[in-house]
Write a protein that binds this ligand. Structure first.
Ligand code: AFP
Length: 337
């Protein structure tokens, strides 16, 4: 039997000491979150916390607990200069001499907690360039292409970690016996084509024409111009839908919609779209807001929302072509060409 490679072993050869230490801190917090999820109702973690986050969304008790676990762990890591969480209005400066900034969604898909379905923690790691000074929100506003690490911990039927440091994607499974993450795939690759797509079709009437057309073609299956049948899957937790794509291919979409005026899509650029785009691209997939590569977009606000289409290269390119042909931008404006 070949020896198992632990996360600690892997980090020694695939990450800088600062990145390795930061990921170890994230992994330790994920184990604590995992324990609470295992206990479920017995840990008193079900239900609403009673507050709202900056996005105006009701916070679950475990949103708040997970946020605090991650935040407290990271601000005590000397490599970490600052932390930004989807659940907190303001960024948290940490250690002025740190070289890294971390953003996270502590519990993506938290509406799934009370129904015992998959949730997860998404993280993004950016370089910090102002050593000796207190980190500010402006330090975080870097395009996703500048990320030096990203990934997620998924708490599903088993707990797993997918991580990239810009040289492919590695996947780990958590061993409850030894309480360690064990490498199960050091080079995750996703298929260029797919017959599966993930989208919340109840928003159909609010989508832009290119997205309406795309989904209509998929629904027509082998009777339409795509000439093959497609299957829908929707877990209502981006983390689970993206994880499925990494394992067996597919395309995930949370496009721009006109449901709520002034909201440019539902997902957050810094906490969800950028880290997941980094993972997907490093596994051979692609990611766009419909028009532009997501990781090229310069953020203007730490809590900014963005339309997301990611997964199989051919499907993502086709969605972009439909936007181009319609002369429409990702937010529905007319393109100038
Ligand atoms: P939370 O992070 O608030 O739990 O939201 C999850 C999410 O942002 C994303 O993970 C899902 O893809 C999406 O919401 C599901 O949205 P719908 O409820 O509109 O299907």
């Amino acid at each position: 039997m070949t020896a198992q490679i632990t996360l600690a072993d892997y980090l020694q050869t695939h990450a800088t000491p600062a990145l390795a230490s930061t990921l170890t801190t994230l992994a330790t917090a994920s184990v604590a979150i995992n324990h609470l999820l295992d206990k479920g109702a017995l840990a008193g973690i079900h239900g609403e916390a009673g507050g709202q986050n900056v996005q105006g969304e009701a916070q679950k008790k475990l949103d708040v607990i997970s946020n605090d676990l991650l935040l407290n762990a990271l601000i005590h890591n000397p490599n970490c200069a600052g932390v930004a969480s989807e659940e907190l209005d303001e960024i948290s400066p940490a250690n002025d001499d740190g070289t890294l900034l971390v953003t996270f969604d502590p519990l993506d898909g938290s509406s799934n907690i009370d129904i015992n379905m998959t949730v997860g923690t998404i993280f993004s790691i950016l370089p910090y360039h102002n050593q000796g000074q207190k980190a500010t929100e402006a330090d975080f506003l870097q395009a996703g292409k500048h990320q030096v690490g990203a990934g997620y911990f998924i708490y599903g039927t088993s707990t797993m970690l997918a991580v990239t440091f810009g040289q492919g994607v590695a996947m780990f499974s958590f061993d409850p016996m030894t309480q360690t993450y064990i490498l199960i795939n050091d080079n995750v690759r996703i298929s260029e084509q797919t017959a599966e797509y993930a989208i919340n079709a109840s928003n159909r009437r609010y989508w832009l024409p290119p997205v309406q057309q795309y989904i209509e073609e998929l629904v027509q299956g082998d009777t339409g111009i795509r000439q093959k049948d497609y299957n829908t899957r929707w877990v209502a937790a981006m983390i689970a839908d993206v994880h499925r794509i990494l394992i067996r291919g597919g395309v995930f979409m949370y496009p721009y919609d006109t449901k709520i005026a002034g909201k440019a899509g539902k997902l957050r650029l810094m906490y969800e779209a950028n880290p997941m785009s980094f993972v997907i691209e490093q596994a051979g997939g692609a990611s766009t807001d419909g028009v532009e590569r997501i990781m090229d977009i310069a953020p203007t606000n730490i809590h900014q929302r963005i339309p997301v289409v990611l997964g199989a290269v051919e499907e993502v390119a086709y969605v972009k072509t439909l936007h181009d042909k319609a002369g429409i931008l990702a937010n529905g404006d007319k393109s100038s060409e």
